[in-house]
Ligand binder design. Sequence first.
Ligand code: ZN
Ligand code: ZN
Length: 338
Amino acid sequence: MDTEEAYLALGLDCRASDAELKASWRKLVARWHPDRNPAADAVQRMQAINKAYQHIRLVREGKLAEVAAPPPPASAPSASQAHTQRPLCVRKVRLSLEDACLGCIRTVRGQFSQTCPSCTGTGQRVLASACPTCRGKGAVRKAALFGWLWTEEPCPNCGGDGRQRSLCDGCEATGAQTLHYRRKVRFPGGTREGHVLSVPAARHGDLQVDLELHIQVEHHPLFTLDDQGVLRCEMPVNGYAWMTERWVDVPTPDGLQHMRLARDARVYRLAGKGFPAVPNGPRGDFIVRVTPVFPTLDDPQQTDLLDRLIAQSTQVAQADVDQPLGQWARRMASWQLN
Ligand SMILES: [Zn+2]
Ligand SMILES: [Zn+2]
């Protein structure tokens, strides 16, 4: 059942609120419940209504995993052919950039539906007792021609076999049963957006299910992974700290790393701190590009400090005749004397 059909079955469209959804389902259940409605197709209607309602609820709760048919067996016989009857559950898994880089173990939870084993998908159970509508005869009499004639018709309630039916309570008459799965999955370091991880079957209840996990890597506030698989970070640094070659803390996927700034250097390479080139492979380099930021000069306190720094460093430099500033001062002095 697709979602559009499910809304149609409830006389709604996807804009309906949760309350409207529930109200519409209640109204239809009240109308079509076979205990109250003698129509021949009441059971089928009831099943369709419940199925649609359950489907929309799962979609709205974001719990509906798409259960795809197993792939057709390959033409060449393979070892996996024996397993092609197992259902395949395809779903997305979101990882943080750190988890994708370093690898992680996650518990993947979800649910999928299978044919209800207690009613084999019919949504109803055939009881040993006689059908109350036809008293077990399988046919009902119907008056025709103003009561002059009686005809016999197959009983609309039991379809002619004369046996009583009840709605299956194992599946709320939907014919389908929801199974929950919970798997611990190890994601290797170096997992990328778009990677597909196949997790072989494990037992969930009485069914074996293969998982096919499609990886999504979350956007990171500090790092970017470029198309070549290089992990990068762009960070502003204090311009004075950069000029004076101070140590700064750089964020990396495995935490803060101490890094010494070098005057004139804007790009730094932290070996082995980046993203693995291949899953489970060794980690590549992490590229850090710094942007030195100098404060604006309208703060009187900072301006005063800078004035003193300039004055003092000029004085020191001018006293040293081996330095360009010292040589320049001597040439200026002799020029002014002439
Ligand atoms: Zn059932
Ligand atoms: Zn009957």
